[in-house]
Design a protein around this ligand. Structure first.
Ligand code: PMP
Length: 430
């Protein structure tokens, strides 16, 4: 049945439409951090960061059904829940941050596009600095700042001139290997800023994730984000934190990724887990920056901030608190990272373990000195893990990092089971 469904999909989809696995299972339903396919087979889902609360959350399902059965309208009207949802989102920002204004959209890509619009409108400048190896989305502007060769291979030829790509401060490989204070990186960023100034292209914004998601979940070097933000602000630019993947409780020890670095951005983009599967995105910024958008006309999104998205969004926020998910992300994430590090001592294929909370990356390398990516091995391991009932997939430009970003309700028992399965697969002869 899955094969038949795959043929139907392939006949009607473009080749470029990404899919997981050569022969994906046909998923029928989900429950918490489990997926069940049409043959009744159950899998532990280690990658779905959209269903942050877990699949089929009853509170969210009830709220959505209730709303769909009563009223469907948009944010140009007044309805109960619109201001409340917006207030609750803003209240998630650190106290005194000045991030007090929200614009509601439907996806991460849209949020990134809007953040870029805002920064350009507020500064009267065009240039946006993005880091190499990043993924920020698929709409025109978010794609332009998507610098990963894997996701945007043609970008070097077609990238618009308002994007400046800065090197990525990865202390594990590349230009800045071993520099865990990002000292040289910050020197280079300063000279990039000098060059841009000399060309009359001072930045409107500096945009990055608070953990290098697409580079494999690499935690930013100590002091890097603060140093970069200082330099960009000295040059008159704004700082955008893309929290689509890493924010919203996943870090465990903080609600937002940027809090790990002790900084406050000017503009924050959020999406994925906000609707637990229903599409919701948002940009949170200060009133001053948000008001700069007036120069571009009136802003409106048909479904962003609709009755349904507010109802679902509120139910998600309630459930995050009721289920204590941020704390679970910390406890289970720390435990999992520790187990993986122990496993690494017995399996030389495992290189550095990246990430924080329930956003982890297990980098597989053939040689710890050269950091040669074990990409074929990573792909084979994912296939074998799936046979054993665990959905784990690869990320990074080199496709050699096992990405671990499960629903935040993952249990210690399931985490241990996954580590046990990985141990078994790695023992099978790599
Ligand atoms: N920013 C980041 C950091 C992302 O990971 C993604 C999605 N993977 C996006 C933006 C785009 O989000 P969406 O797919 O909802 O458009």
């Amino acid at each position: 049945e899955a094969e038949e469904e795959l043929h139907r999909r392939q006949r009607i989809f473009a080749e470029a439409q990404e899919r997981y696995y050569e022969h994906p299972p046909q998923i029928e339903r989900g429950w918490r951090h489990h997926l069940i396919d049409t043959t009744g087979r159950s899998y532990i889902d280690m990658v779905n960061n959209v269903a942050g609360l877990g699949h089929a959350h009853p509170g969210v399902a009830r709220a959505a059904a209730r709303q769909l059965g009563s009223l469907a309208t948009n944010s140009r009207f007044l309805f109960r829940g619109l201001a409340e949802y917006s207030e609750r989102l803003v209240a998630l920002m650190p106290e005194g941050s000045g991030l007090d204004t929200v614009l509601l959209v439907n996806s991460g890509s849209e949020a990134v596009d809007l953040a870029i619009h805002l920064a350009q409108a507020a500064t009267g400048r065009r240039t946006v600095i993005a880091l190499r190896e990043a993924y920020h989305g698929w709409t025109m502007a978010s794609d332009a700042v998507t610098t990963s060769a894997y996701d945007n291979p043609d970008a070097l030829g077609t990238r618009p001139d308002w994007v400046h790509v800065a090197d990525v401060p990865n202390p594990f490989r590349g230009t800045y290997r071993g520099d865990d204070t990002a000292a040289q990186y910050l020197v280079d960023l300063s000279s990039d800023l000098d060059v841009l100034a000399a060309e009359g292209r001072d930045p409107a914004a500096f945009l990055c994730e608070s953990i290098l998601g697409n580079a494999g979940g690499v935690v930013l070097p100590h002091g890097y984000l603060a140093g970069a933000y200082d330099r960009v602000r000295e040059s008159g630019g704004l700082c955008i934190a893309d929290e689509v993947q890493v924010g919203f409780g996943r870090m465990g020890s903080s609600f937002w990724g940027f809090e790990q670095s002790g900084v406050v951005p000017d503009i924050v983009t959020i999406a994925k887990p906000m609707g637990n599967g229903y599409p919701i995105g948002a940009v949170i910024t200060s009133r001053r920056i948000a008001d700069a958008l007036s120069a571009q006309g009136q802003f409106f999104s048909s479904a962003g901030g609709s009755t349904l998205s507010c109802a679902v969004g509120l139910a998600v926020l309630d459930a995050m608190v009721e289920d204590d998910l941020q704390r679970n992300a910390l406890a289970v994430g720390d435990h999992l990272a520790e187990q993986l590090r122990t496993l690494a001592q017995r399996h030389p294929l495992i290189g550095p373990i990246h990430g924080a909370g329930l956003y982890l990356g297990v980098e597989l390398v053939r040689d710890h000195e050269t950091m040669e990516p074990a990409d074929a091995e990573a792909a084979a391991i994912c296939e074998r893990m799936r046979e054993l009932g665990v959905i784990v997939l690869t990320t990074s430009e080199r496709s050699n990092v096992l990405k671990i970003k499960p629903p935040l309700c993952l249990t210690i028992q399931s985490a241990d089971h996954v580590v046990g399965m990985l141990d078994r697969v790695l023992s099978e002869g790599w």
